[in-house]
Design a protein around this ligand. Sequence first.
Ligand code: SF4
Ligand code: SF4
Length: 376
Amino acid sequence: MGVPISQMWTVATYVLSKRLKGEKRYPLVLMLEPLFRCSLACAGCGKVQYPPHILKKQLSPEECFAAVEECGAPMVSIPGGEPLLHPQIVEIVNGLIARKKYIYLCTNALELKKRVHEFTPSKYLTFSVHLDGLKEHHDLSVCREGGWDIAVEGIKEAVKLGFRVTPNSTFFDGTDPNMVREYFDFVMGLGVEGIVLSPGYSYDKAPDQQHFLGRAKSRRLFRAILSNRKKNWKFNMSPLFLEFLMGKRSYDCTPWGSPAYNIFGWQKPCYLLQDGYTETFRELMETTEWETYGTASGNPKCANCMVSCGYEPSAVTHGFGSLSGFFAMAKAALSSYQDKGALDLLNSSFAAKHNSLVHIEGAKAAAEASLEETRA
Ligand code: SF4
Ligand code: SF4
């Protein structure tokens, strides 16, 4: 597994302490969005669709620190927008390191090579670089020719300087699984700590049967990608969440596991949906009707969702919250998932018809429907 022992230990003891106190709902990762503006305009991203007066706003370092302390989660993901566009991002990151939070600074890496020298390597800081596969696929996904080359240069510089780096990819149903496996080989060759991936969020107004097929297609895609694993592939994710993506486990959503805070306040119920805001974290936890979210709730907005911000906390809680979960996690971390059926999928028309153009059409459709996809 591509997560350092010290970070795993921090998360494990945090989960156990919450269990011992009898707390049923607690945050694991704070999704701290200090701003929405970005230097890219990816198809399917809802963040950069805000009007200019909203895009100009940003959280102050003090507001970020107050949210982090109020929430108490051991990990903080800083997506956006593009956090490197925040004029005080170095101060924010240093303040979170001083608070011993494990930070995932999500960046499109257009500025990474130039700006990485302003930061200090730390076990608490990881650059989570948005990279949606190999060159052609990524450039189409982010609507920027040459974006992949710049991001890769940024990764190389950060690795060279001794930073933790995890490339972070979002894949849709139309993605070619063979391309993704080649991409894994490539990024591991760059010396990154581990790979992060998530299926794209695609709320579809289609009937329930189609929703079911959406999840089924996602599972088939991730079974093809993640089975028959190579030894050098490392993932900076819960191995049980990867099993969930492959269709080997079923979890319900834990939206309170990754609460989101931004210029509007605490977002209900998760990073993807906007069903209102609260002023305090406590109010978020106490007033959100949590039972109306997640696939099992029947909420159509959640029907197709398998994203990491909702379902990885479920896997982490399972893995660190019981002995059986811990053994399942250890077994999953060691497995290479030999699967002849998955090899057949890679060689079948299923893979052949999944190409970049299909992917980008899917992303455009998502953009038209004002959807957001996660980079968490
Ligand atoms: S997906 Fe990320 S990189 Fe792309 S426009 Fe949105 S915030 Fe920027
Ligand atoms: S299922 Fe997805 S969209 Fe619904 S609450 Fe969970 S993370 Fe949010």
